[in-house]
Design a protein around this ligand. Structure first.
Ligand code: GLC
Length: 421
């Protein structure tokens, strides 16, 4: 399937993005204290007062921006997207337009600034997640994903949502003018959206484009990701959340730059009791599947209230990093194969003349590759360069049969490089 891409300006902005392929999503905020995920205010019945009081004790003394960046880099990640504000409205940056922010906690430091500095110093691209929804702003129109939706008194209050829009725009302006280059602006709302007004999206986008022409903006300004209707406000990035698309993502017959965001366990924000971490093998394969369909993987971590990335995440990230160290050529700078169909249980990623066969279901001994007759010059294991022989008498029609080692060389994902003539 060879579809045209979205406009040239999108492709220009996304040039690094479509090569870098793997990023770290970081959900971190006050919600690390109650430690049941970032929706705690909505779903636990926790009174606002109690939640507000967390700001008086937030003191993540073990936070070290450079260490986070190192962990991401060792995992082979090339960009980071950090929650500058989640739905609880708490700003993880020194936002001059509110007091509800990290610089008014005992910790007192602008962690966004520290992360930005660490990213810039290390050549790590930087993304800002910023919630459009705001459960704490007094003028934000209460809708049914708001914790106060069930409170008749609060709902009856008159709210000037326009004031919230102004605050939102001012906050985004601050983020795009005080932290150096920002590479991704990751706006978020979670449906259903029942606010009477929108986000002032037209002006917001105009401001973003003016302040930071190169920043990539995701597709959540006028809806949650998905659907095939033309967006009201053109954006750069389609998203898949917790599910991988079954093919390249498209919109109205054109191919999109896209990213799948996925949690490592079952929560985005830190959840102390959530031990359901995905095996590294699943994470590596998700990445390969994304790239095989021309997309990226944004893999989430939820640091705890002391500022530490959970050790289960770090372990998996290290293993991913080791795999990418061996076989990352099949990921970075690679994309989808347009014509050839992979054998069952396998996927292809491609970079120029190099075709990478990811053998996800190890077949033991032989594997038949459709359509490669007369095209394959050499086959080898990507991890060590060792030759993989062909069995000519077992190759039929347009197919080529490879003789694989009996034991699976890499349980995470064994890649065979196919050099095409
Ligand atoms: C979901 C969650 C939200 C999270 C987002 C990331 O929409 O509800 O909390 O930030 O996913 O895509």
């Amino acid at each position: 399937m060879s579809l045209p891409y979205l406009p040239a300006d999108v492709m220009e902005r996304a040039d690094w993005f479509v090569r870098d392929r793997l990023g770290m999503f970081i959900h971190w905020g006050l919600y690390a204290i109650p430690a049941v995920g970032e929706w705690v205010l909505k779903f636990s019945g926790l009174p606002y007062e109690e939640y507000r009081a967390f700001a008086k004790r937030f003191n993540p003394v073990q936070f070290d921006a450079r260490q986070w960046v190192r962990i991401a880099q060792d995992a082979g990640m090339k960009y980071m997207v950090f929650t500058t504000k989640h739905h609880d409205g708490f700003c993880m940056f020194d936002n001059p337009h509110t007091e509800w922010k990290i610089t008014r906690t005992p910790f007192g430091r602008d962690v966004t600034a520290e992360l930005a500095e660490a990213c810039h110093a290390a050549g790590m691209k930087l993304g800002f997640y910023h919630s459009l929804i705001d459960w704490m702003h007094p003028q934000y129109a209460i809708c049914d994903n708001h914790p106060l939706w069930g409170d008749a008194k609060a709902r009856a209050e008159k709210r000037e949502h326009g004031q919230y829009i102004e605050y939102l725009h001012n906050s985004v302006r601050h983020l795009l003018t005080h932290y150096g280059q920002v590479d991704v602006l990751w706006l978020d709302f979670t449906p259903p959206m029942k606010t009477s007004e929108d986000w002032g999206a037209g002006e917001l986008m105009a401001m973003v484009r003016k302040l930071m022409p190169k920043v990539l903006v995701n597709d959540r300004l006028d809806r949650h990701s998905g659907g095939n209707e033309a967006p009201k406000f053109p954006n750069d990035l389609s998203l898949a959340e917790q599910v991988l698309p079954s093919g390249p993502m498209t919109l109205q017959g054109r191919r999109r730059v896209w990213e799948a965001c996925v949690t490592m366990n079952e929560h985005w924000g830190y959840a102390a009791a959530d031990r359901s971490f995905k095996p590294t093998r699943a994470l590596v394969r998700m990445l390969a599947r994304c790239v095989g369909n021309g997309g990226n993987l944004l893999l989430n971590v939820g640091p705890d209230a002391l500022g530490r990335i959970p050790k289960e995440s770090v372990e998996r990230l290290q293993q991913m990093g080791a795999w990418l160290g061996d076989q990352g050529q099949a990921i970075y700078g690679a994309g989808q194969e347009e014509e050839l169909t992979p054998p069952p249980g396998c996927i292809y990623t491609r970079q120029g003349r190099r075709l990478f066969l990811h053998v996800l279901e190890w077949p033991y001994m032989w594997i038949r590759l459709p359509g490669l007759q007369g095209k394959l010059k050499f086959a080898s294991l990507l991890r060590d360069g060792s030759k993989v022989g062909t069995i000519d008498w077992a190759s039929t029609g347009q197919d080529v049969t490879l003789a694989l080692p009996f034991d699976e060389p890499d349980g995470l994902d064994t890649v065979i490089e196919l050099e095409l003539g």
